[in-house]
Ligand binder design. Structure first.
Ligand code: SF4
Length: 404
C-alpha cells in the first residue's frame, strides 16, 4: 500500500479520475496554476524569515526583495493564469500584500518559539504500518504556556467558515503526527493564516475527535484501495485541472477551444451539438402552441363527458372518428413511513392480505444498486437477478462564459 497524504486523499475525494491520472498513472504535467505558484513563493519567504530569526530579523523590504527574486527565478511560461480578468502581475501584487500584512501583524515575530519549519511527519494510523500517511507542517511552534502550535499558511482567495476548520482533516492529522514525535505534547492549537484576508483562524481537537479521524481516514484509504472504477466528478476545481485533454467531461471542449472558426465548425461534435440545439429551440417554439391546443382539448373533453352523462352513452360518433368514454379508478397509498401507511399495513396483515400486496420496492433497490449504497458483496449477490441496462440520455445546456 502506498504512503498517503492529505492532498492525495483530498484529490480522490474531489475527483477520482484526477486522482488516477495523478497518483496511479503518474501523468506528469509541466503546467502549474498561478495560485499554487504564489503560495510557494509566500511559503519560501516565511521559511526564510523564521529560519534566520535566531540570528536576525529581516526588514519588510528585505523580505519583499527575497520574494521578488524568487518570483523571477522560478517563473516559467508553464505557469497558467486561469482567470481571464487577472494577470500574473495581479497575483504577484496579492502575494506582496500578503507579506506586508503578515509582517505588520506579527512583527517582531516573538509569538512562541519555532520548533520546526517545513517539517516532514509520518503517521502510522493503525499501528501496524499498513495505513501510513505523510505530511509537511509549514511551521511548528511552542507558546510560553507549553501549547504546541501547528501553523499553516493559506494564500487562497477563499476564507472558510469556522465549522469547516473544526472538521478540517489536514492539521488534525498533523496533530497526531507531533503527538508521536514528542512526549510533552499535552495541548495543541491548530492555526491557519489566511494571509490574503490578514486573518488568523484557530481550532483544537479532543482525543475522541482524533480517534474518530483516525478511523475515518483508515476507512477512506481502504475505499481508495478498493476502487476499481475512477469516475470523473465535475466541480469548480475543474478549471484548475491539468488533465482536460484526457477527461471525458472536458476533452471535447478542450479540443475545439483552440481551433480556428473554419475548422471548429467542421468538427463532427460541434456540428451535432449545433443541430441538436436548433431542434430543441424549434421544439420549444412549438411548445406554446401545443399547450394552447392541449388546453382546448381539455375543455372539449369536459364537454364530451357531460354530454355522455346527459345522454347516457359511452361511445359518441363523429364524421370519421368516434370517442369512447371510460372510467378507471386510480388508487394512491399514503406516503411511506407515514402513520396512515403503518395503519394501512397493519390492517392488510390482520386480514391476511399482506403477502398479496407487499412486493419488493423496485425503485429503492435500483437506487441502492445504482448509487452503490449497499456493500459491494450484497450488490454482487443480487446483480445476477437484475437486468441492468445502460440508458443513455442527451441533455442540452448553455456554455458558461468561461467555456466560450
Ligand atoms: S477536468 Fe474535472 S472531472 Fe475531469 S479529471 Fe479534471 S477534475 Fe476530474
Amino acid at each position: 500500500m502506498p504512503i498517503y497524504s492529505h492532498s492525495r486523499l483530498g484529490c480522490f475525494e474531489t475527483c477520482p479520475l484526477k486522482y488516477k491520472f495523478t497518483y496511479l498513472d503518474k501523468i506528469d504535467r509541466d503546467t502549474k496554476g498561478i495560485e499554487a505558484f504564489v503560495g510557494s513563493r509566500f511559503h519560501e519567504v516565511m521559511e526564510k524569515l523564521y529560519k534566520d530569526l535566531n540570528c536576525r530579523t529581516y526588514s519588510l523590504e528585505e523580505l519583499l526583495e527575497i520574494y521578488n527574486n524568487n518570483w523571477a527565478k522560478e517563473w516559467t511560461d508553464d505557469v497558467v493564469v486561469t482567470k481571464k480578468d487577472r494577470t500574473a502581475q495581479d497575483y504577484k501584487n496579492i502575494g506582496k500584500k500578503c507579506i506586508e500584512d503578515y509582517y505588520k501583524r506579527y512583527y517582531p515575530f516573538n509569538q512562541g518559539r519555532t520548533l520546526g519549519l517545513e517539517r516532514a511527519i509520518m503517521m502510522d494510523l493503525d499501528g501496524d504500518g499498513k495505513h501510513k500517511l505523510r505530511g509537511f507542517i509549514d511551521r511548528i511552534s511552542q507558546g510560553d504556556d507549553g501549547t504546541y502550535e501547528i501553523h499553516d499558511y493559506k494564500t487562497s482567495g477563499y476564507l472558510p467558515e469556522q465549522k469547516h476548520l473544526d472538521e478540517d482533516r489536514q492539521l488534525a492529522l498533523y496533530q497526531m503526527g507531533i503527538e508521536n514525535m514528542w512526549n510533552d505534547v499535552k495541548k495543541t492549537r491548530l492555526i491557519w493564516h489566511y494571509v490574503a484576508f490578514d486573518k488568523e483562524l484557530t481550532s483544537t481537537r479532543t482525543k475522541e475527535q482524533l480517534e474518530q479521524l483516525k478511523k475515518d481516514t483508515v476507512a477512506l484509504i481502504d475505499e481508495v484501495e478498493q476502487t476499481e472504477e475512477f469516475l470523473p466528478t465535475e466541480s469548480n476545481l475543474c478549471e484548475w485541472c491539468v488533465y482536460p485533454d484526457l477527461c471525458p467531461k472536458r476533452k471535447h471542449l478542450y479540443k475545439v477551444e483552440a481551433l480556428p472558426v473554419n475548422e471548429y465548425l467542421k468538427d463532427d461534435g460541434v456540428s451535432l451539438t449545433n443541430t441538436f440545439t436548433k431542434l430543441v429551440a424549434k421544439k420549444r417554439d412549438c411548445q406554446g402552441q401545443i399547450e394552447e391546443i392541449e388546453a382546448e382539448i381539455d375543455k372539449v373533453k369536459e364537454a364530451v363527458i357531460q354530454y355522455a352523462q346527459k345522454e347516457g352513452v359511452e361511445v359518441i360518433r363523429g364524421s370519421d372518428s368516434k370517442l369512447k368514454i371510460s372510467e378507471k379508478q386510480k388508487v394512491s397509498s399514503p406516503p411511506k413511513g407515514s402513520p396512515e401507511r403503518k395503519e394501512l399495513e397493519g390492517i392488510l396483515r390482520e386480514v391476511n392480505k399482506w403477502d398479496e400486496v407487499s412486493d419488493l420496492d423496485i425503485y429503492a433497490m435500483e437506487k441502492a444498486v445504482n448509487e452503490l449504497r449497499w456493500d459491494k458483496k450484497i450488490i454482487d449477490r443480487i446483480k445476477q437477478f437484475l437486468k441492468i441496462e445502460v440508458k443513455r440520455n442527451v441533455s442540452l445546456s448553455k456554455l458558461q462564459d468561461k467555456e466560450k
